[in-house]
Design a binder for this molecule. Structure first.
Ligand code: NAD
Length: 369
């Protein structure tokens, strides 16, 4: 398995180091041969090459089985021209690889109930996946820009979805719903935006013709945000467009305790990108404080989706849970509950590695292949 590692900026290199350690233990135990390549990305690439991502890195990403990404951006690069922003590099990578479906699981862990803003009796048992369309919608639509010369200067973006663009991401969500509770909620703003009225029409048709066994419902994004907070246990699989998914998944992250806990997988036609949901966290970068669990859980998703090894994903998830059960907490999830201890990035990462290694050696996680 060829993995291109793009650490990016800020805490990216710190969390990725722990994620890679976990990946190599899992690969060793399963006899998967792992070839790791590294490249600069985001602000680091801008400093070295004058671009947030180079053509060579895009080519390497296309040649790899998976990309493991840290995070990009930071105040150092906030004032560069729009086309040079670190985030543009990320958007280009996603677009070139055609990773149109971004899977963001959110699970409430009782070990982290003190870190959630919700009372445990509301949140316990919440376990859902947001499937966010990733290469279309308002983040990519043309025309876009700022016209400062207009009589009344104007900023504008365009929100577009084609039938095929909606169908392919909805299919991923329906398939996932089939493997889970056979329930899918499609989130839109069909009462105001024609583009999302069409989204609703296409998802409804696809459900009726190809997935009659999945119970489909629809919700407006504003009221759905409210529902996610009020009754997070009701959600199972949620499919939505690029911008709404961006916002709802950060909300989901806060519900489950911390942005630092959430993994993601971006899959589609031409490759796969695995990355934690959080950004580069410049406020804590370089201090050894970052929570690497979102990055580590992203490795679990890589093992499941790219290597086809759900058994190894379960082993990684179990090792993360075991580290939390030991009472280890990084600063973002440390609330001083009895039996817990605040630790840094390396210590909690090492604990996950140790738990994973001993579970795999002891055979407590049955390997399926
Ligand atoms: P952020 O996710 O970087 O940070 C938000 C808050 O959460 C900060 O207080 C941070 O310290 C904390 N946090 C985030 N991840 C953490 C972790 N693993 N452990 C502990 N605490 C963590 O979001 P932001 O501050 O809005 O953005 C910072 C930079 O990251 C910006 O340049 C932004 O554009 C970029 N960004 C990149 C991505 C990406 O690479 N996919 C995503 C979001 C933001």
């Amino acid at each position: 398995m060829k993995v291109l590692v793009l650490d990016g900026d800020g805490i990216g290199p710190e969390v990725n180091a722990q994620a890679l350690a976990v990946l190599s233990v899992a690969a060793d135990a399963a006899g998967l041969s792992l070839e790791v390549e590294r490249a600069l990305f985001g602000g680091a690439s801008l400093d070295a090459h004058g671009l947030p991502v180079t053509d060579a890195v895009i080519a390497d990403a296309k040649a790899a089985d998976a990309v493991l990404l840290g995070a990009v951006g930071g105040p150092k690069w906030d004032d560069v021209a729009p086309h040079l922003r670190a985030e543009r590099g990320l958007l280009r990578l996603r677009k070139e690889l055609e990773v149109y479906a971004n899977l963001r699981p959110a699970r409430f862990s009782s070990a982290l109930s003190a870190a959630s803003p919700l009372r445990p009796e509301r949140a316990t048992g919440a376990d859902f996946v947001i499937v966010r369309e990733l290469v279309g919608g308002i983040y990519f639509g043309e025309p876009r820009g700022i016209d400062r010369e207009a009589a009344d200067p104007v900023g504008f973006n365009t929100m577009v979805y084609t039938r095929s663009g909606i169908e392919r991401v909805a299919r991923v969500a329906f398939e996932l719903a089939r493997q889970r509770g056979k329930r899918l909620t499609s989130v839109d703003k069909a009462n105001v935006l024609e583009v999302t009225r069409y989204w609703r029409e296409v998802v409804t048709e696809l459900g009726a013709t190809e997935y009659p066994d999945v119970a489909l419902d629809h919700a407006y994004v504003d009221s759905y945000a409210m529902k996610m907070v009020a009754n997070p246990r009701d959600a199972d699989v949620v499919v939505t467009g690029n911008m709404f998914g961006d916002i709802l998944s950060d909300l989901a992250a806060a519900l489950t305790g911390s942005l630092g806990m959430l993994p993601s997988a971006s899959i589609g036609a031409g490759g796969a990108v695995y990355e934690p949901v959080h950004g580069s966290a410049p406020d804590i970068a370089g201090q050894g404080k970052a929570n690497p669990l979102g990055a580590i859980l992203s490795v679990g998703m890589l093992l499941q989706h790219t290597a086809g090894r759900s058994d190894l994903k379960a082993a990684v998830d179990g090792a993360v849970q075991a580290a939390l059960d030991d009472g280890l907490r990084t600063g973002d999830i440390a609330w001083g509950e009895p039996g817990t201890r605040q630790v840094g990035t390396v210590e909690i990462g090492q604990a996950v590695v140790d738990h994973l290694r001993s579970a795999l050696e002891a055979g407590t996680v049955p390997l399926s292949a």
